[in-house]
Ligand binder design. Structure first.
Ligand code: NDP
Length: 290
């Protein structure tokens, strides 16, 4: 005879991406499930873009309770969902899916994660804040649109490809008419310096800095001393080093990663995330990867 613990069905969760093997989400989420007494698994599923739709259908049919979605699927996956949260629609990006009796509900927790990280690291709040984004890829779009919708006063982009920044800017203009938005190419140094100086935080959102020999995404002399700099990359980067030597408070992307994952956990389980336990598991997993 099965005891009551064995009778509790295993809840299945996952991360879909391509590649995904580097991810520390399994350690972070499993630590949270365990701490809350939830019998659950969290798998890494590597999915080529051409197989995304059939994989989403399979997870739905196999009654996975929910899953995260990462690069390169965060935009395309919107096409396969039954319902999408307003912030996710606005940013055109989904990183969390909840399977509610076969109906798939999509959310984006990246903006929430960055907002929590800025508050935790620097005491900076989104409402009425001014934010300078270096980069205008998917992550910058998800976070900046969330910030604009949640009361940011001003958003500025510096990006190698100006048109990509301008595309996000027009999305923000539609979504949040009260938010001022500006875009600069990297050679517009005087304007960038002036915007950085006014910002409550500078957010590095390019993929530069993943490798120690990467060039800096902006000239270090443009960084004003004293303005907080947050890098989305999960470890210390050359830009953060340059910012520290100018006297800027700095933080890397671990805190954003933690809080976006904590929010996913809460959407799936309707329980408060054990954030400090998740943080410990995340730190250990990143240490083990190095
Ligand atoms: P995308 O590929 O969508 O965007 C990449 C960005 O980097 C673009 O702005 C691109 O500029 C810029 N870029 C790339 N190479 C260069 C280069 N050689 N010179 C100048 N600019 C360059 O990536 P994402 O937006 O999805 O991710 C960006 C970073 O954020 C990644 O490092 C990712 O790991 C991190 N991230 C962290 C999260 C966290 O929880 N901490 C969550 C999500 C992402 P251009 O437009 O000109 O091509």
């Amino acid at each position: 005879m099965m005891n009551s613990e064995q009778q509790i069905q295993l809840q299945r969760y996952a991360l879909l991406g391509w590649p995904v093997k580097h991810s520390v989400s399994p350690e972070m989420q499993c630590a949270a499930f365990q701490a809350c007494g939830i019998r659950a698994s969290y798998e890494l599923i590597s999915v080529e873009p051409v197989h995304l739709e059939e994989t989403v259908s399979r997870l739905r049919e196999q009654s996975y309770c929910g899953w995260n979605v990462t690069v390169p699927h965060k935009e395309k996956v919107l096409n396969f969902l039954d319902r999408v949260d307003e912030d996710a629609v606005a940013s055109g990006s989904v990183n969390t899916i909840l399977n509610k009796n076969g109906r798939l509900h999509g959310f984006s927790t990246d903006g929430y994660g960055m907002a929590a990280a800025l508050s935790e690291s620097f005491g900076v709040r989104v409402r009425n804040g001014k934010f300078a984004f270096i980069g205008a890829g998917g992550a910058a779009r998800a976070v900046s649109v969330y910030f604009a919708r949640h009361g940011a006063a001003e958003i500025m982009f510096v990006n190698r490809t100006l048109e990509k920044a301008e595309k996000i800017a027009s999305r923000i203009e539609t979504e949040a008419r009260n938010c001022r938005v500006q875009c600069f190419s990297r050679d517009n140094k005087d304007s960038i310096r002036a915007c950085f100086l006014e910002a409550d935080a500078i957010i590095q959102a390019t993929s530069l800095g993943l490798h120690q020999d990467d060039v800096l995404p902006v000239a270090p002399e443009l960084l004003p001393g004293g303005v907080p700099v947050m890098d989305m990359i999960y470890r210390p980067t050359p830009l953060l080093g340059a910012a520290q030597s100018k006297g800027c408070p700095t933080a890397d992307g671990r805190s954003m990663l933690l809080h976006q994952g904590a929010r996913s956990f809460e959407l799936w389980t309707k329980r408060q995330a054990p954030v400090e336990i998740m943080r410990k598991a995340l730190e250990q997993a990143l240490k083990d990867r190095n």
